[in-house]
Design a binder for this molecule. Structure first.
Ligand code: CUA
Length: 324
C-alpha cells in the first residue's frame, strides 16, 4: 500500500511538469507546437529503436546457443551499428537545424522587442512607431497572433531566454544579438526562466509573457509610454523613495529618478510580479522585498533597506503600488 502510494505520488509529481504555464508539452503557439511535434516524433522513434535493441539483446543473452549465421555477419554489425545510427541521426539533424534557423532567423516580424538579460532580471524595450523606446522589466506583453522578433542581448554574462510553452531556448551572448521568433495563439500568461547558469540568483531569474488581444496590447503600450501617474495621495511614499536614494538605480519616468542600473519602475504597480518574476506585486511583497531582498533572492544586486520605520515602508510600498 505504501509502495503504491509512493508510486502514485511520484507519477503525480512527474506528470505535474506536463502542463501549466511553463511546459514544452503544452505548446501555446505554432513554433512551440513544431518543437513539441518533433520531440514526440523523436520520442516515438527512440522508443521503437530501444524496443528492437532490447529484443535482440534478450535473444542474445537468453536465446538458444545456436543462432542464425546472419546475426553474426559483418554486414549486420556494420549496417546496424554504424550505418543505421548515422542515417537516423542525419535524418534528425536536418529538420532540427532547419527548424532552428526558421525560428531564430531575423526576418519580417509584426513587432520587435529588445530583451537584455542582466544579473538577475530582464530589461524589456519596445521601440514605437516614432522611434521612441519604452522600457519595462520582467513582464513582456505581446499581441495574440502576431509574429514577434525578440532581439536578445546580455549586459553581463551569458543568460538564456526560454519561455517553454511559446518557443525554443536561445542564449544571450555578450557582444551579440540573437533573434528568436515567438507567436502565441491564445491570450494568457506564460512563464519563462533563464536557462543558463548565470551566477548566484540564476534560479530566481524568471519572467512572464502576457499575451493580449491586439486592442488591449495597443492600449497597454500607450499607457507604458506615458510617464508615471504620480498620485498625490501617495506623496509621502514618493518622498521616502527620493530620500533613500532609490532613484540612483531606478528610473521613474516623469520624476527626478533617472537610475539605469535596476529595473525601470515607472509602471511597476501594473506588473504581475516583482523581483525577476518571482514575487507577486502586492503591497506586502513590495515591503518585504525592500527590507529583505537578500533573504528572498540571495545575491541579487538590490541592497536591503532595513532603515525605514513602519509608516515609511508602508507609504513607500503604497506609492510603488500606485504606479500602474
Ligand atoms: Cu540569467 Cu541564468
Amino acid at each position: 500500500m505504501t509502495a503504491r502510494r509512493g508510486l502514485a505520488l511520484a507519477a503525480l509529481t512527474a506528470l505535474a511538469g506536463c502542463g501549466g504555464t511553463q511546459s514544452t508539452l503544452d505548446p501555446g503557439g505554432p513554433y512551440a507546437r513544431e518543437i513539441a511535434m518533433l520531440s514526440w516524433g523523436m520520442f516515438a522513434g527512440a522508443g521503437v529503436i530501444t524496443l528492437i535493441v532490447g529484443v535482440l539483446l534478450a535473444w542474445a543473452v537468453w536465446g538458444r546457443a545456436s543462432k542464425p549465421a546472419w546475426l553474426s555477419d559483418t554486414r549486420i554489425i556494420l549496417g546496424g551499428g554504424l550505418i543505421l545510427p548515422s542515417v537516423v541521426l542525419a535524418a534528425l539533424l536536418i529538420p532540427t537545424l532547419a527548424m532552428g534557423l526558421r525560428q531564430s532567423g531575423d526576418g519580417e516580424a509584426d513587432l520587435r522587442i529588445r530583451v537584455t538579460g542582466e544579473q538577475w532580471w530582464w530589461r524589456v524595450q519596445y521601440v514605437d512607431a516614432n522611434g521612441a523606446t519604452i522600457e519595462t522589466a520582467n513582464e513582456i506583453r505581446i499581441p495574440v497572433g502576431a509574429t514577434v522578433a525578440f532581439e536578445l542581448h546580455t549586459a553581463d554574462v551569458i543568460h538564456s531566454f526560454w519561455v517553454p510553452a511559446l518557443a525554443g531556448k536561445l542564449d544571450m551572448m555578450p557582444g551579440q544579438t540573437n533573434v528568436l521568433r515567438i507567436r502565441a495563439d491564445t491570450p494568457g500568461t506564460y512563464r519563462g526562466q533563464c536557462a543558463e547558469f548565470c551566477g548566484g540568483a540564476h534560479a530566481m531569474m524568471a519572467m512572464h509573457v502576457v499575451v493580449q488581444t491586439p486592442e488591449d496590447f495597443t492600449a497597454w503600450l500607450a499607457a507604458q509610454r506615458a510617464p508615471a501617474r504620480d498620485a498625490e495621495a501617495a506623496a509621502r511614499g514618493r518622498a521616502v523613495f527620493f530620500a533613500a536614494g532609490c532613484g540612483a538605480c531606478h528610473m521613474v519616468r516623469g520624476t527626478p529618478a533617472q537610475g539605469r542600473l535596476g529595473p525601470d519602475l515607472t509602471h511597476v504597480g501594473g506588473r504581475g510580479f516583482i523581483a525577476g518574476g518571482t514575487l507577486a506585486t502586492t503591497r506586502e511583497n513590495l515591503k518585504h522585498w525592500i527590507t529583505d531582498s537578500q533573504q528572498i533572492k540571495p545575491d541579487n544586486r538590490m541592497p536591503e533597506f532595513g532603515v525605514f520605520g513602519d509608516d515609511d515602508i508602508g507609504a513607500l510600498a503604497a506609492w510603488l503600488e500606485s504606479l500602474t
